[in-house]
Design a protein around this ligand. Structure first.
Ligand code: BG6
Length: 480
């Protein structure tokens, strides 16, 4: 059971709040993880009576939560903990009203979840302080992306830091709450046999792919300013890269883990000058078909500029300048409206130094985050019968099979629980966010300087051809 608290969700009628946060809080409540005195207040501009908000919340939660996990009784009790407060987060006067609505904290910790556009982060934090709503126990949760560049991220971090001390700030990257992502740390740091081969001597290259079939849905106005690089590469993909590449921390504890991650981000070789042309690819989807359905080109999506040159796909060849990883390419790619949804990390080992058998292939470790969570190691094996005929066979660790079909926790459940327990291990520290931007900025600037327009790719394809050439010219190819 966690602390007694008020959870205040700014952007309370948005998709994130209704599709992710409320269902996650419902699950935590149902499992008895929330304190009886918890109060969850959604804050948004719409002038909704509480009852109308409850109906909206119930409808959206029912749509998100598996039927077997949703029961009317639990929802009835959970909904007594829910409230709605209409306010304009850019108006300081509304925070005075909010303070009166909330009343004295009376031992309750206040958790502010900013499920809003990043341009509201600073005004909200400042207004909260002015209204006397921030004490040393309060916590603030910020959704990515923090800013649009190193400069804007630093400004946001400094302004937030003037109101909340760093341990009170939880910068969320929901990829760190995914089961398999955490399993990656278990795999690396609890299995001695992997450590000697987890380095450039043995590993040929690493691929990190997050491919989506979804488009920009209702988020066109945000996405058109962000693009795949700021929306996904700067955070989710770089965080995955950190977990693959970091040195073992001294303890599994917030500062130790984040110290190791930030070292990796700082060791990333800058991509500047000609490398921007040679080692990055940006793309944008044109009209196409996904699952038999016609989908429009990106620039016809709702709230997107008709002549937008925002990228919906990005691929990058990254290098880490340290002893363990010198010379090992990390290929990262992510895109929307691709042929299939799949998030995976592939560790491609080098071939054996002296080949004895025809047809053998180098080992490959696959860590799949989506659609199903599994880890598999491809080993070369002799097929039964006469002769040395080899085939790759998978040693498979299918988490659902091993641990049974128990309900899988959503990333937001785990991370919200961590916020309530005050554990920052799976959240990005300020220096991490800024180090990630420091590496991303020259790539975005390089595209602008060279007027590098995104390469078109048909929706439902595997991305622009240039993304394939990025690996092909080195004799490699994308997995899957
Ligand atoms: C979000 C991005 O952070 O992650 C979205 O803003 C993206 O654009 C989403 O669709 C992908 O998350 P997941 O968990 O579905 O892979």
């Amino acid at each position: 059971m966690t602390i007694p608290c008020d959870i205040l969700v700014f952007g309370g009628t948005g998709d994130l709040a209704l599709n992710k946060l409320l269902p996650a809080l419902y699950h935590l409540y149902r499992e008895g993880r929330l304190h009886n005195a918890v109060r969850i207040v959604a804050l948004a501009r719409r002038n909704l009576p509480r009852l109308a908000f409850l109906q909206l919340a119930e409808r959206r939660c029912r749509a998100q939560i598996a039927r077997a996990d949703f029961d009317d009784d639990t929802w009835g009790r959970f909904s007594t903990r829910l409230d709605y407060f209409p306010m304009d987060a850019s108006q300081s006067a509304d925070f005075g009203r909010l303070a009166r609505f909330l009343g004295e904290p009376g031992g309750l910790t206040r958790v502010y979840y900013l499920a809003t556009a990043p341009n509201l982060f600073v005004p909200i934090a400042t207004h909260l302080q002015v209204a006397g709503l921030v004490d040393s126990e309060a916590r603030i949760v910020l959704e990515k992306p923090i800013g649009q560049s190193l400069e804007s991220a630093t400004a946001i971090n400094s302004a937030i830091g003037a109101v909340f001390a760093e341990p009170q700030v939880f910068r969320i990257d929901h990829y760190l709450g995914k089961e398999t992502v955490q399993n990656l740390m278990a795999l690396r740091f609890a299995n001695a046999l992997l450590e000697p081969v987890w380095r450039g001597n043995q590993i040929d290259h690493v691929q990190i792919s997050v491919c989506e079939t979804l488009g920009v849905e209702n988020r066109g106005s945000y996405y058109d300013r962000a693009g795949a690089t700021r929306d996904m590469l700067q955070n989710h993909l770089l965080q995955l890269l950190c977990l693959v590449a970091m040195e073992p921390p001294a303890q599994f504890e917030a500062e130790a883990v984040r110290d190791e991650k930030v070292k990796i981000l700082r060791a990333l070789k800058p991509i500047t000058g000609q490398d921007v042309q040679d080692r990055t690819v940006r793309g944008q989807y044109s009209a196409g078909k996904i699952g038999g359905q016609e989908v429009p080109a990106y620039y016809f999506e709702k709230d997107v500029d008709n002549d937008s040159d925002t990228e919906t796909f990005v691929a990058v060849e990254a290098h880490i300048n340290n002893w363990r990883w010198a010379g090992v390419p990390f290929y990262l790619r992510t895109g929307k409206r691709l042929a299939k949804k799949s998030s995976q990390i592939v560790i491609q080992f080098k071939p054996v130094p002296h080949r004895l058998f025809e047809g053998d292939r180098a080992n490959q470790l696959l860590i799949q985050l989506q659609p199903d969570e599994r880890i598999s190691l491809q080993m070369m094996t002799k097929t039964p019968g006469k002769g040395m005929h080899l085939e790759p066979v998978e040693l498979n660790l299918n988490l659902a099979q091993v641990f049974g079909q128990t309900r899988r926790w959503d990333a937001y459940e785990r991370l919200l629980l961590d916020v309530l327990e005050g554990d920052s291990t799976l959240f990005m520290r300020r220096d991490e966010v800024e180090a990630a931007w420091a590496w991303i900025d020259p790539i975005i600037n390089g595209w602008q300087e060279h007027f590098q327009a995104p390469r078109p790719y048909p929706a439902g394809s595997n991305g622009p051809d240039q993304a394939h050439s990025l690996l092909a010219h080195q004799g490699r190819s994308w997995h899957g």
